[in-house]
Ligand binder design. Structure first.
Ligand code: COA
Length: 334
């Protein structure tokens, strides 16, 4: 893959987030399935997660975008494009991006949904950056939003404890200062992982029917052990690859901002990169795996807490269903 040859970089100029109020702690799951707080904490790092009951993913995405727009005085009419990374769209069509566009009153925007599961935000961030780098678009809203509770099987202990609902948004704008913004990315897909992590029905292969409902095919299926093995290697390898491509040493990196699927996968990635725990953003303990929202949520919360600062070199890294995976080297400019 070639390095970029662009006149401008895309930088993040605003952030926003939405966290539902309802908390599901580990104890709650003890009443649903054969599990316990100790197992969940030690095997995943999750203590609690959130559940949204007020509407669909587009509502959470809208609230995250509204937070961004209000805090940074963005005029929705200035937004050129909206990309929503999600695997839990309100409907198959229209795209969640259209629903968010209407709620925001972003009357001059086009947009689309992007389906890359837990790598969704990274894929959307690279796509949005390419729109900015093309010179044709000045303000691109990139949202990671997932209402995982809508596809979680609360009778399956292997998966129900893992996921939570949330949304987070970033605004991309051009900068001529090539030392800031999205510097580089390495993104990959491998469809041979399709059987290990999926939702089998509701699409064109297995349209919804009584049978698909009876067979619980509209829920997340995961072969946890199989995914764990490839995720550990995939996330670590690609994070080291982005470091090597950009001559980054571990001491150059202010934060590794990893997807939050399992604390053990995060720890293994950090270890391979030579990064200490205090330089890894974590929110899996509070929110579980919020799929496309984990990384922008980490960025937003760590920035708002004063931990991520202007000029910080960040490596964003994710692995998810598909398989999809990747890493982005970003220099923070807020
Ligand atoms: N509570 C208690 N026991 C549980 C459990 C739960 N919630 N879920 C599974 N178990 C049991 C299993 O049934 C198994 O029991 P067995 O040995 O009697 O069969 C045992 O715990 C170990 O299961 P295993 O699947 O090996 O656990 P694990 O250590 O791999 O952890 C995951 C399970 C799902 C946490 C882990 O595999 C994982 O994080 N996978 C990757 C997730 C990921 O990255 N996804 C991609 C992005 S979404």
């Amino acid at each position: 893959m070639q390095k970029k040859n662009n006149a401008v970089n895309a930088e993040i100029t605003a952030v926003g987030m939405f966290i539902p109020e309802k908390i599901l702690d580990n104890k709650y799951f003890e009443s649903l399935v054969d599990t316990n707080d100790e197992w969940i904490r030690t095997r995943t790092g999750i203590i609690e997660r959130r559940m949204y009951e007020g509407g669909g993913t587009s509502d959470m995405a809208y609230f995250a975008a509204k937070d961004l727009i209000e805090k940074y005085n963005v005029d929705p009419k200035d937004i050129d494009a909206i990309i929503v990374a999600t695997v839990t769209p309100d409907m198959f069509f229209p795209a969640t991006a259209c629903l968010v566009q209407e709620k925001l009153g972003a009357t001059n925007a086009w947009g689309f949904d992007l389906s890359a599961a837990c790598s969704g935000f990274l894929f959307a961030l690279q796509t949005g950056s390419s729109l900015i780098e093309s010179g044709r678009y000045k303000k691109v809203l990139v949202i990671g939003a997932d209402k995982m509770s809508s596809i979680v099987d609360y009778t399956d202990r292997n998966t129900c404890i893992l996921f939570g609902d949330a949304a987070s948004a970033v605004l991309l704008e051009p900068t001529e200062n090539k030392n800031f913004g999205v510097i580089d990315s390495v993104l990959r897909i491998d469809g041979s992982g399709k059987d290990a992590l999926n939702m089998k029905a509701g699409g064109s292969l297995n349209p919804s029917s009584h049978e698909t409902v009876d067979n619980r095919m509209h829920y997340i299926f995961q072969d946890g052990k199989a995914v764990f093995k490839v995720a550990v290697k995939g996330m670590a390898d690609i994070s080291v690859e982005i470091m090597n491509r950009n001559n980054l040493k571990s001491e150059d990196i202010a934060y590794l901002v990893p997807h939050q699927a399992n604390l053990r996968i995060i720890d293994a990635t950090a270890q391979r990169m030579g990064i200490t725990k205090d330089k890894v953003t974590i929110n899996i303990d509070k929110y579980g795996n919020t799929t496309a929202a984990t990384i922008p949520l980490c960025l937003t919360e760590y920035y708002r807490d004063g931990k991520i600062k202007r000029g910080d070199k960040l490596v964003l890294s994710a692995f998810g269903a598909g398989y999809t995976w990747g890493a982005i080297y970003l220099v923070w400019s807020l």
